[in-house]
Design a protein around this ligand. Structure first.
Ligand SMILES: CC(C)(COP(=O)(O)OP(=O)(O)OC[C@H]1O[C@@H](n2cnc3c(N)ncnc32)[C@H](O)[C@@H]1OP(=O)(O)O)[C@@H](O)C(=O)NCCC(=O)NCCS
Length: 324
């Protein structure tokens, strides 16, 4: 091959508004990201990638792309909800992934979001961000960081023996008319809990309602899976006292999207029973594995998950910027 006499001049990496791209421009990056989710998390990212393609083509997605040597090396998108910005995804190509490149994307998004006077809080949980404990991030004077575990269990190996439930209760399959009671339960279960510092939807029944709507309607946490989702009720009062909700993140991989038990009946075996029923149902319906995410400091939950056979497959961080 003849040597190029005049090599293309090197151009510094550029941050470009996402609305200047089409889905086609982003496609190689989204394909690589889809493969990465499959390889590292057993997670089919295709539906989420399709949603990104659709909104990029509509020029309706806020965010930025990192362009290097004329190619898209990484991207980030965010959404604005009432008073909050939510960074939905950040992905930099594996061969170029460095904290500096990721930070350039974050800097640009944070600057745009923070310029919006009605926004007082920015949340993100980015599974594909390089996990480097103690890494520095932009605007760290108003940043809180929470370590999270992505945990997985092999459903073909684990045995889900019944525990000792020390409270009279019964379980029902999930039904959409439980949404209001479940929203109340979530708000009560997470009052003063570390997870309500990470996700402010947990702080009120109205927020929890939006959370439930999102996990049922959108593919971010996988496709909601009713047959393995349960609600627990106290036998005497009939009051809802726990839920375990699931999704399918790949054809044979289930995910626990939410599990909580009301403070009044905690420690009586209901959480274990809900989890056991969901995992058994997922296995009976052909899933070979199940996963969930949990805040590392949430020891009660981590202990429960480890007891039924979950192990930490990946660590990541949740970030919250507030008070800027
Ligand atoms: C995590 C959670 C769902 C567990 O539900 P639970 O009904 O309390 O769980 P269980 O009673 O089945 O607990 C499992 C074991 O831990 C023990 N345990 C649980 N919480 C305990 C506590 N606060 N103190 C002492 N022991 C406790 C139980 O005794 C039980 O052991 P045993 O069955 O051998 O007796 C519940 O604590 C909860 O709702 N927490 C807030 C929301 C949350 O963190 N959800 C998980 C997000 S990933």
């Amino acid at each position: 091959m003849a040597a190029r006499l005049h090599p293309a001049p090197w151009r510094p990496p550029e941050i470009v508004d996402l609305r200047r791209f089409t889905a086609r421009d982003l496609d190689p990056l989204l394909q690589e990201e889809t493969q990465s989710w499959r390889d590292s998390l057993d997670w089919d990212f295709e539906k989420s990638a399709d949603l990104v393609r659709r909104f990029v083509d509509l020029r309706a997605l806020h965010g930025a792309a990192l362009v290097e040597d004329g190619e898209v090396a990484g991207y980030l998108y965010y959404v604005l909800e009432e008073n909050k910005g939510l960074i939905g995804d950040l992905y930099v190509r594996l061969d170029l992934r460095t904290p500096e490149r990721e930070n350039r994307l974050l800097e640009s998004a944070l600057a745009s979001i923070m310029a919006n006077a009605s926004i007082g809080r920015i949340e993100s949980q980015l599974m594909m961000l390089a996990f480097v404990p103690g890494r520095t991030l932009p605007s760290d004077d108003c940043l809180s960081t929470y370590e999270r575990n992505f945990m997985r269990v092999d459903l073909r190996r684990a045995s889900f023996a019944p525990g000792n439930v020390r409270r009279a209760m019964y379980l029902e399959k999930w039904s959409d008319h439980y949404q209001d009671a479940a929203a109340q339960l979530i708000a009560a279960s997470y009052a003063g809990h570390i997870d309500s510092r990470i996700n402010d939807q947990y702080r009120s029944a109205a927020g929890a309602r939006r959370f439930l709507y999102n996990i049922v309607q959108y593919p971010g946490c996988g496709a909601f899976f009713r047959p393995a989702s349960f609600a627990a009720f106290e036998a005497v009062s009939g009051r809802m006292c726990g839920i375990s909700l699931t999704s399918l993140v790949a054809p044979e991989c289930g995910h626990i999207t939410q599990i909580c038990v009301s403070p009044a009946v905690r420690g009586t075996g209901i959480g274990h029973e809900l989890l056991r029923q969901s995992l058994t149902a997922l296995r009976d319906m052909g899933c070979r594995s199940a996963s969930l995410t949990v805040t590392a400091a949430n020891e009660d939950a981590v202990t429960l998950y480890e007891r039924v056979g979950f192990y930490t497959a990946q660590r990541f961080s949740a970030y919250v910027w507030e008070g800027f």
